[in-house]
Design a protein around this ligand. Sequence first.
Ligand code: NAD
Length: 475
Amino acid sequence: MTKTYPNLIDGELVTTGDTMEVINPANEEVVGLVPSCGKEELDRAVAAARRAFKTWSKTPIEERRAAIMAISGAIKDNADELFRLLTTEQGKPHEQAKGEIFGAAGMAAAQSTLELPEETIQDDDTRLHRSRRVPVGVVGGIVPWNFPVMMAIQKIVPAMLSGCTIVLKPSPFTPLTTLRIAELIADKVPAGVVNIITGEDSLGPLITGHPDIDKITFTGSTATGKKIMEGASADLKRITLELGGNDASIVMPDADPKKIAEQLFWASFSNAGQICVAAKRVYIHEDIYDELSQAIVDYAKTVTVGDGSQQGTGVGPIQNKKQYERVLELIKDAKDNGYNFLLGGDKDPSGTGYYVPITILDNPPEDARIVAEEQFGPVMPLMKFSTEEEVIQRANNSDYGLAGAVWTADTDKGVEIAEQLETGTVWVNEYLHLSPFAPFGGHKQSGFGAEYGIEGLKEFTYPQVITVKKDAQVA
Ligand code: NAD
């Protein structure tokens, strides 16, 4: 019988009458059932979070850190089970799933050490003037399907550390590993501090509009992010939005094609390209374009697309049918327009599993949909450029501003170009490295606010300034 994974509400593991099916994208089989919650369950979770907030917000920070470390430990101790389950529901190959599980445990542990000290602005004979951070209250966390565990942890940990309580909604496509973690932590966190409830997309607006939620922290598409901003405006909820990207990589003529081909490949194709910061547009200087594109294609031919649970798979399926159809549509659009394919381009959509062959396009125009839109799939458009000024202009010609990269033997030049890119993160000669201590957030329509580091933590708090007149004449 298919297992039903319970939700975590007020410290209790609960199920509802209505359930939703979770599909393994590698074979389209049902791998688990989860509760399909609506207003009633949400109200219960929010009420529990509100009750818990009274105590949790006053709990000494060392105890809050210890509870976060217990979550980190539970994830690490059960990593083997968790990464296999993650592959089953998300599709990513085992090695990458392992990376996400250990990454989430490590991120939680590292972020538990963050401090938000009080600041003294003035302290003299006349006045004490100090600023401190106070938790905003009950947080609604909404998470996507590409890194379901990492994103859930990224919401839960700063909420807990700051003294907030949280009601978290995983993506309906990938709730299982998060709910398994809920089972593992139910007795490690005080009742109501962390609540995890599942439901269709329609549960999202109920969270955004809930009158007793004080803040929304959301990761997902820009389109949904805009709806959240609108919904949250009714009672001026605080919001943090981590949204889409159309991240440009720039390869300068002094980069060695043999040394960077493999790195560039994985910048685009890790997690089957379903990473907000994946290299989604790759601009290569014309002097090395032919050699580098050939080296990338040669490497790509050594990578196996398949079921992520099978040894040797490098690129798994697309996570869900809707996204699979969207990626196939973008490939079809490129074909219909006569763009040149260096690899891929043919796909019989009738087989089982949401597999898209590794697809590499040769110099499509800037206005091609595959260049102008976020593909979020295993399709890499390579484009030729001539001058630095031109490529910076092309890289910045986007409503998105999440991340980018520069590849060059001259790191000073790399930094000079990086500083001209209109994105929240720019890598020089590496990719995907994120620090738990550095703010991560999008410019332009890639986000609002930031996660990670002190800046990310502050987003779960209000500043409060207390001023004491020391030489007051009151008594
Ligand atoms: P999505 O916006 O469709 O869904 C994300 C979450 O929002 C899901 O839990 C969904 O159920 C919920 N939701 C849907 N409609 C809602 C509504 N009207 N109100 C409130 N919640 C609603 O995104 P997705 O397809 O799951 O994820 C892919 C997108 O996420 C890509 O654009 C990707 O770039 C982006 N992403 C961004 C980051 C980042 O950190 N910037 C990280 C990962 C993914």
